[in-house]
Design a protein. Structure first.
Length: 291
């Protein structure tokens, strides 16, 4: 799968990040806790030029808690500060300012020793629809950033004061030119980080069903009242097995069309809606290497 997704405003954003990074004390990278690697722009490391980093694992309320702990440990091992949050409810957001000051402790102390009362500036980065604007609004305690449940809403940089000594630079969500790895494209599509018209809904539903059937069979069984999940045949690929799972769940839900066939497209849409809303349960779609 080679999904192309690179609107012009993302090219401008990349240029703006490169221009502004030298004025920043730190970078805060907001990731989706369900897909921490797929929701990281691989260009960020190069663009942010070794600045101190705070990684926010957002939407922890929808992610598998055991997996979130593994990811937090993974990023700490890379020397990053880590904050776990659910921006919608505000869980974890109150710790942001303290986490930034802890990360920049030595720098702040050096300023104080010189008698400088400097404003700390932090660049906020994140791909579209990762919850960046909601997170910023929570920590700022007011509505400063536009929020909508669709990718590509924030289009221009904006400064957001948090307190008299801390300012954030909010940037538009930035993706990368194409996804070479099929699983990255799928993960971004499952979570709504790319527009739904980029991939066929039914195909997406088949892939997600296959993943959940393999990794979280009990949750899938409970959600769709399936006493027995159809076992994967030896020669069956993800799409074929996922389609059978979609059919089974759709039949259970009564999504039938003429001739008694299952409306698998409707079932796929329901599956994606329930996955994205957290109604299905708490799932993480990727784990750190070696785990």
């Amino acid at each position: 799968m080679n999904i192309q997704w690179y609107p012009g405003h993302m090219t401008k954003t990349r240029r703006m990040i490169a221009e502004q990074i030298k004025h920043m004390d730190a970078v805060c990278e907001i990731l989706d806790a369900r897909i921490p690697i797929s929701s990281r722009n691989p260009d960020v490391d190069e663009l942010t030029a070794g600045k101190p980093r705070l990684v926010v694992l957002n939407r922890v309320d929808q992610a598998d808690p055991d997996s979130t702990a593994k990811w937090a440990s993974y990023f700490k091992g890379k020397g990053y500060a880590v904050l776990e949050s659910d921006a919608k409810s505000g869980q974890g957001t109150a710790r942001f300012a303290a986490a930034v000051r802890e990360l920049l402790e030595d720098k702040i102390r050096a300023y104080e020793e010189k008698g400088q009362n400097r404003v700390i500036r932090v660049m906020i980065l994140g791909i579209p629809n990762v919850g960046k604007s909601t997170f910023i609004n929570k920590i700022a305690g007011r509505k400063t950033a536009k929020t909508e449940d669709r990718p590509g809403v924030t289009r221009a940089k904006q400064w957001v004061p948090i307190d008299k000594n801390l300012e954030l630079l909010d940037t538009p969500g930035i993706l990368w030119p194409k996804f070479e790895d099929q699983s990255v494209g799928l993960n971004l599509a499952y979570t709504g980080a790319v527009k739904d018209d980029i991939l066929d809904t039914e195909t997406l539903g088949c892939h997600l069903m296959a993943y959940l059937g393999q990794r979280y069979p009990q949750a899938l069984s409970a959600a769709y009242k399936l006493p027995d999940i159809p076992e994967r045949e030896e020669e069956e690929n993800d799409i074929a097995w996922g389609y059978r799972l979609l059919e089974t769940a759709g039949r259970k839900r009564g999504f039938l069309i003429s001739g008694g066939d299952v409306d698998t497209e409707r079932m796929a849409k329901i599956l994606l809606d329930e996955f994205r809303s957290g109604k299905l349960g708490r799932f993480t779609l990727e784990l750190p290497e070696g785990v």
